[in-house]
Design a protein around this ligand. Structure first.
Ligand SMILES: [Zn+2]
Length: 450
């Protein structure tokens, strides 16, 4: 019954959120960031666990309280944070522990000086903490010229950015109760982007550094805010709810994350290299009955095209390589992205096909870039699903097949006659360059950052 009630309420809220969405078909001139600095003042207990042998009355009271808390929590995360965000004190409900909430205090930021001043008040050393420097990096990303130039791809003219300073409440990577790191994990709900220092404060000497990570993640979340692609609703990332750049999930989810990672690659050489290296080894999730989730390695050479298409790493690298290989690639990709905005179930194929339609003269470069990245694995059917059927794509396909047959023939006779396919991307797939997946490794983004 409780579950049924929750589902109905959730669907109603989702409908309300959808109706509130701005309805601009084309790009906006300017995106205004409403930036809020938020501190944690206190962790508040909002419900108590009940013992197994507690009286029926106590159990009923606990259930009643948890339903009310769930309603308040859903309202706070879906309505308040997105549409009525204000200043002052309020509760931020934990997603990892239904018995607690954080009392937070928010202040609207109008200048970098004001932000620094407020952060210093929340620092015990008289200097900005490393976590606060990461929040400052996120603020700078929102205010950067590069962010401003992305208004072209946005249909929103207003986005809220919440910068949470977790202070002494996040004390390490393995906090459990409360799990501040997970409760304040970066995400975009669309109208609102939430960033906190908890993910970055211990990564001063990592690659990328916490500051660089916070800077580029702000672009990542912004990219989600300009994307209407509809997420899968049921277990979008499999049973564990986590996703990795190297994980094989579905083509739509991989496109959604790949688009956001592509935006990071454009901002930072370090991130571009991280994501390029991520194409070397993939992994997939499986779970036996009653067993914990298990990850297994998948060598891209053994993967099918569909599996590569369902990996974030292949999606972000496809977009990035196209942006580098095409003349004016960035603008062309943005145009293909915005003009397919209402295709809510799109994936990489939608963008690539549109790109060819809008730029037929670039057909050869587009086909070559994608075909090489995907290791020539596309079947004829997959090839035309990716590129569409035009005179130019047909010509490329025939050339591709002839070159394949040529190299097969030459393999059986002499190696000297091989048809060379010139590489247009610098993505290499190497067995030795494996990326390991650790759920709390500082270089990975193990959780859904939405
Ligand atoms: Zn994301």
């Amino acid at each position: 019954m409780k579950k049924y009630f929750k589902s109905i309420l959730f669907i109603l809220l989702m409908l309300a959120v959808f109706c509130f969405q701005p309805n601009k078909a084309m790009a906006v001139d300017e995106v205004e960031f409403g930036i809020y600095y938020q501190t944690i003042e206190e962790v508040v207990t909002i419900n108590e666990d009940v013992a197994e042998d507690a009286s029926l009355w106590d159990k009923a009271k606990h259930l009643g309280k948890s339903i009310i808390n769930w309603g308040k929590k859903t309202w706070e995360s879906e309505i308040t944070r997105n549409f009525t965000l204000g200043e002052g004190e309020s509760l931020w409900y934990s997603k990892t522990n239904s018995n607690i909430a954080y009392k937070v205090k928010r202040t609207k930021i109008t200048s970098e000086e004001q932000l620094k001043e407020l952060m210093l008040k929340n620092s015990s050393t008289g200097e900005l903490t490393y976590g606060q420097k990461c929040l400052l990096a996120s603020y700078k990303a929102a205010k950067s010229a590069s962010m401003e130039s992305r208004a072209d791809a946005s249909y929103r003219d207003n986005i809220k950015l919440i910068l949470t300073d977790t202070g002494d409440y996040a004390t390490g990577r393995n906090d459990t109760n409360p799990d501040v790191r997970t409760d304040f994990w970066p995400y975009s709900s669309g109208p609102t982007i939430s960033m906190s220092d908890a993910k970055y404060k211990y990564s001063e000497h990592s690659t990328p550094s916490g500051e660089e990570d916070a800077y580029t993640t702000t672009f990542h979340e912004y990219a989600h805010s300009m994307d209407r692609t509809f997420s899968l609703q049921l277990h979008p990332y499999g049973a564990d709810g986590k996703h990795y750049t190297t994980e094989v999930t579905t083509s739509r989810m991989a496109f959604i994350e790949g688009w956001a990672e592509y935006n990071e690659m454009l901002e930072s050489e370090v991130m571009a290299n991280e994501y390029k290296n991520a194409t070397a080894t993939l992994c997939y999730e499986s779970q036996g009955k009653g067993e914990p989730v298990k990850y297994s390695d998948l060598d891209p050479a053994d993967a099918t095209f569909e599996q590569l298409l369902a990996a974030e790493a292949y999606n972000c690298n496809a977009l990035f390589s196209l942006s580098q290989n095409l003349d004016n690639g960035l603008a062309k990709i943005t145009k293909a992205f915005t003009s397919t905005r209402w295709n809510l179930f799109r994936d990489l194929k939608t963008i690539v096909k549109k790109l060819i339609k809008q730029n037929p003269e670039d057909t050869e470069i587009i086909c070559k870039t994608i075909d090489e990245l995907f290791l020539g694995k596309m079947t004829e059917k997959e090839f035309y699903q990716m590129f569409g059927k035009t005179d130019e794509t047909k010509a490329y396909f025939e050339k591709r097949e002839a070159s394949k047959n040529g190299s097969e023939a030459s393999e059986s006779t002499s190696d000297d006659d091989k048809v060379e396919i010139e590489s247009t991307t610098d993505v290499t797939v190497s067995k030795d360059n494996k990326l390991t997946v650790e759920s709390e490794s500082e270089n990975d983004s193990p959780f859904d950052d939405n």
